[in-house]
Design a protein around this ligand. Structure first.
Ligand code: 3H9
Length: 698
């Protein structure tokens, strides 16, 4: 028996306990141990039933993801499942915590399933670019039907025990120690004379319109292939006998295992967990956080306040003028009523958060006791410095003073206080109570425990926090400025904003850059261009037609017109013909003969600009690791998760080919397309961005 499985006897019941912390993943030793445990129970005289339970916080979280990409080792999971199901003894799975992927597949091979009220089950394989590969696509439809199976498998969503019971996935919900309730249930089954019950022997369900389901899954997943493949696997459960269906599932699973999407999504899974794991924070205790101050009650400040309230902090929000106080309060209440409507908080909680937990005032003195303040006022250095001087005067010693600036110099802001070691950038993304990304911007003098507190706050707010150094735009907005410029250049040279948006949506972005511009407000980019104009390098190519759109009072969605025209009551916009005319005029003025771009070239140039700037950001230490950039783009900029992030995408494409493209673009515009030294170095050494991630993890 493997040391990952313990075998005990309780009368005529054997208990197999999986002990593979932290989440009982089905690594080789667990698979071996399960088979050995079943064999032992069968040869153990008097054993009539076997209860399978998990030790610790979960039943089983699925296959061991760290084994993916390596040659599979026997016993393979589908065979382990088959062996369990074929056992001559009655097998009971007693589930607690999560039973995910292969974990649920083990349970589906048991003859009976019970769960704790707090248990959750699901088949999240699509989130890893895969489909279930140990029989769930064949057994689940036999157990709960095609529609419910497709819902679970193509979405990867987890369901709670009560829903799983209603769906017919589990037989009973019983509260108590999982082993004890499992034994009691097995005893009751035996005394009732219950028989073995194999899901694989149940009648296959009725067929559906498979092509429609396939097309629907493909469309919904915006370029991700595994949900649509899952439809084909479930189709096999209806059209083939069980064993052939299992072979079909295995083949599709192994094919998906070879894809870039699987690599990208597993990179995202592990990076999401590694991103807050910084050597510099090891053994650093964060400061205590109970109350948060917020300066400014606009969209950003109200969003930050909402996020803090929802995570259990008390909030003091400072508005500039008395007449703004009520509006700020309303904005936060509006956000919270969204949470109330979605059932995330109760009416009592809503009342408490909008009254007792929240103070909105114009009096800075009210901040005298808060543990951390986030300033979210107008992006202007003089205004920020004025706020920080006031904060320095009123906040208690040890309170952290944070700026939500999206590009200003945090060192300069810190220098306006007498406690620069307590100053940090906390760059939230709008709407701050919804968006998952938080850039923790570490200035020259920021103390390590202040950085640790920034990460602790991010965790408490349910954010993905990424460490960033100080530069114009930090990680995300700096890279955005560059790839956005590449898009602007392509428009000047002949592509239309609409073709570019379409090509990038087809690549997998939630929206193209011009549609995003309309959503964010074209006035923001206009202000940035004006700010940067005095320091602009003569070689920069900045289009002026967008300024003309703004000068006419058109700022995108909020004014109903920008790159697109937005009719009331319709979703999305239609191309604005005035923009096409303005672009034509500008090309003529600049003497540019427009040329055609293919969609593939658009994606290539856009991505090359993104990766090149990202490599500079990593090379300069603004981001510590390539995976930090990947997480910023994934969680703040709508980058398709199935590519893992731009750095992972670049590794998958091949860095040498990408560098060669950048060098060829540099023949047209050497100033813009200066290859990143880090990219050149990696190509010369035959290494990848992921090699840098691995070195950083050592
Ligand atoms: C599958 O089953 C395929 C089969 O159909 C067919 C096969 C043939 N493997 O998230 P946490 C690690 S595909 C290895 O921080 P939480 C995780 O990296 C699999 N390691 O905790 C972390 O390590 P570290 C289908 C795993 O409480 C630690 O455990 N299953 C695995 O917030 C704690 O994780 C899934 O996709 C794993 N399967 O959340 C489930 N799972 O401490 C994926 C976790 O070194 N996992 N780790 O950073 C999850 O969704 C969450 O981790 C879970 C716990 C909900 C379980």
């Amino acid at each position: 028996m493997s040391d990952k499985i313990s075998y005990t006897r309780n009368g005529d019941i054997a208990v197999l306990r999986i002990q593979n912390p932290p989440v009982n993943a089905l690594s080789l030793a667990v698979r071996e141990g399960l088979v050995a445990g079943i064999e032992k129970a069968e040869s153990d005289e008097g054993v009539q039933a076997v209860v399978i339970v998990g030790e610790g916080r979960a039943f089983i979280a699925g296959a061991d993801i760290t084994e993916f990409g390596k040659p599979p080792q026997e016993p393979f999971l589908p065979d382990v499942c088959k062996r369990i199901e074929a056992s001559s003894r009655i097998i009971v799975a007693s589930m607690h915590g999560v039973s995910l992927g292969g974990g649920l597949e083990i349970a589906l091979c048991a003859h009976y399933r019970i769960a704790q009220p707090s248990a959750r089950v699901g088949l999240p394989e699509v989130h890893l670019g895969l489909i279930p590969g140990a029989g769930a696509t064949q057994r689940l439809p036999r157990l709960i039907g095609v529609d419910a199976s497709l819902d679970l498998i193509t979405s990867g969503r987890q369901v709670k025990a009560d829903e799983a019971l209603k769906m017919g996935i589990i037989d009973k919900i019983v509260e108590g120690d999982p082993a004890e309730v499992g034994i009691a249930y097995a005893k009751a089954l035996l005394s009732d004379g219950a028989k073995r019950r194999a899901v694989s022997e149940m009648t296959p369900p009725e067929p559906i319109d498979w092509d429609a389901a396939y097309d629907g899954a493909l469309k919904k997943a915006r370029g991700q292939i595994s949900p649509a493949q899952a439809v084909r696997a479930v189709q096999a459960s209806v059209e083939l006998d069980f064993d052939d269906g299992m072979l079909a599932e295995r083949e599709m699973f192994m094919d998906l295992m070879k894809t870039d999407q699987r690599q990208g999504m597993i990179h995202a899974f592990f990076s999401e967990r590694a991103v807050g794991n910084l050597p510099e924070l090891k053994d650093v205790e964060p400061r205590a956080l109970k109350s948060i101050g917020v300066i400014g009650g606009g969209t950003m400040g109200a969003g930050i306040a909402t996020a803090a309230l929802l995570s259990g902090f008390s909030v003091v929000l400072i508005e500039m003028k008395d007449e703004f106080v009520a509006a700020a309060h309303d904005r936060i209440s509006g956000n919270l009523s969204g949470a109330l409507k979605r059932g995330k908080i109760s009416q009592d909680k809503f009342d408490e958060l909008t009254t007792k937990a929240l103070t909105v005032t114009t009096q800075y003195d009210a901040l005298s006791d808060v543990d951390l303040v986030v300033e979210a006022v107008f992006e202007d250095m003089a205004v920020k410095k004025d706020v920080f001087t006031k904060l320095d005067a009123v906040c208690k010693p040890g309170a952290i003073l944070a700026s939500n600036t999206s590009y200003l110099d945090v060192d300069e802001i810190a220098a306006s206080t007498l406690r620069p070691e307590d100053v940090i950038g906390l760059h939230f993304f709008s709407p701050a109570h919804v968006m998952k990304l938080l850039e923790v911007v570490v200035a020259d003098k920021t103390a390590p425990d202040v950085v640790a507190t920034g990460f602790a706050l991010g965790k408490a707010l349910g954010k993905i926090s990424v460490r960033a150094g100080v530069c114009d735009g930090f990680i995300g907005n700096r890279i955005l400025a560059t790839y956005r410029t590449a898009a602007d250049h392509m428009v000047l040279d002949g592509a239309s904003p609409y073709q570019i948006d379409k090509a990038l949506v087809n690549f997998g972005f939630a929206m193209g850059p011009f549609a995003v511009g309309d959503l964010a407000g074209l006035d923001i980019g206009w202000a940035t261009r004006k700010r940067k104009a005095p320091h602009r390098h003569p070689a920069e190519r900045v289009p002026t037609y967008v300024d003309k759109i703004c000068e006419a009072g058109n700022f995108g969605q909020k004014t109903g017109k920008g790159y697109y025209i937005y009719e009331k009551g319709t979703r999305g916009g239609i191309p604005n013909p005035e923009v096409t005319e303005l672009i034509k005029a500008e090309r003529a003025e600049r003497g540019i003969t427009p040329r055609d771009f293919t969609d593939a070239e658009i994606v290539r140039r856009y991505m090359a600009a993104m990766v090149n700037e990202a490599a500079k950001v990593v090379g300069e230490g603004i981001a510590k690791r390539p995976l930090d950039v990947d997480m910023v783009l994934l969680f703040g900029y709508g980058f398709p998760r199935y590519w893992g992030g731009p750095m992972k995408w670049a590794d998958l494409q091949g860095l040498a080919e990408l560098l060669a493209d950048i060098e060829s673009y540099a023949d047209e515009n050497a100033w813009f397309w200066q290859p990143a030294p880090l990219l050149k170095q990696l190509v010369a050494e035959g290494r990848t961005f992921d090699d840098l991630n691995k070195e950083a993890a050592k």
